[in-house]
Design a protein around this ligand. Structure first.
Ligand code: OGA
Ligand code: MN
Length: 280
């Protein structure tokens, strides 16, 4: 066991994000250090650890210090251990090695279409393309705060249909047959259980229908919320280096991926911890 370490937390942008330095995540960290990392996550929403060298087992052990490790219900790719997801465009004999293939991904929050979404995601960068493939994070507290008062009042107490499926950069069909698609109705405005702050819980990828409005009005609100939640001033864009571990809080941020060259490999390894049912 390593004694409490003096970690330093350096903000990465005015929107959100901080780099934590002074830690080797292969070590068995004490509870006070885990507490400091959790505090930094609550304050900054996204934390970045650079120059790490993590085996699967070490990534899993670090992840498990923050809660119950999430397992993938719909594991894709050749990697069969559901506690990990490889996020990669690499194929082996024509079969995807992992999930999310190539190219751009729209803003989303991990597991929003589950009754109990993931709390934190832990994404480890292993092989990166020469350009692009950045991950963009949007501060959803700020999005909530920026809602025009009339819209805030109109939407207070409403639920939103969060729909999964394997869309990466395509709108979900609000009229789709939901019996075959993972989905959940969650409050559109949520209260973060740890910080007590209000957040918008909405994304361009997953949120397809707002309760209590006809389809046309729901679509118009969705367009407005998508644009508002992606304002540049709410966003930090992470440019990856191999050895980065980036941890984010899915309850108050969305993330998206910028395009990258198809012919270059990108390989990341993700773990998650389970959260709780979102509440208003
Ligand atoms: C994820 C994800 C985006 C990226 O791992 O959940 O959305 O940039 N990744 O790979
Ligand atoms: Mn994701």
């Amino acid at each position: 066991m390593v004694d409490t370490l003096a970690i330093s937390v350096t903000p990465l942008s005015s929107a959100l994000g901080a780099e934590i330095s002074g830690l080797d995540l292969r070590e068995d960290l004490d509870q006070s250090t885990i507490g400091q990392i959790t505090d930094a996550l609550h304050e900054h929403i996204v934390v970045v650890f650079r120059d790490q060298d993590l085996s699967e087992e070490q990534q899993l052990r670090f992840t498990s210090r923050f809660g119950e490790v999430g397992t993938r219900k719909r594991s894709t790719g050749l990697h069969s251990d559901g506690r990990f997801m490889l996020v990669t465009n690499i194929t082996v004999d024509g079969e995807p090695l992992g999930s999310y293939g190539d190219g751009e991904m729209w803003f989303h929050s991990d597991g929003a279409y589950d009754e109990v979404p993931y709390r934190f995601s832990f994404l480890y960068g292993m092989e990166l393309p020469s350009s692009g493939g950045n991950t963009r994070f949007a501060n959803l507290y700020r999005a909530y705060d920026a809602l025009p008062q009339a819209l805030k009042e109109k939407l207070a107490g409403r639920k939103v249909l969060q729909m999964g499926g394997s869309r990466r950069r395509e709108k979900g069909d609000p009229n789709a047959d939901l019996s075959k698609i993972p989905h959940a109705w969650h409050p559109l405005f949520t209260t973060h259980p740890a910080t007590g702050k209000k957040s918008l819980y909405f994304s361009r990828m997953h949120s397809v229908r707002i309760e209590g409005f006809d389809l046309e009005e729901s679509e118009a609100i969705i367009e407005e919320l998508a644009d508002l939640s992606e304002r540049p001033e709410f966003i930090y864009e992470h440019v990856w280096r191999p050895g980065d571990l980036v941890v984010w809080d899915n309850r108050c941020t969305n993330h998206a991926r910028t395009p990258f060259p198809d012919e270059e490999n990108r390989l990341m390894r993700r773990c998650t911890v389970m959260g709780e049912k979102p509440t208003e």
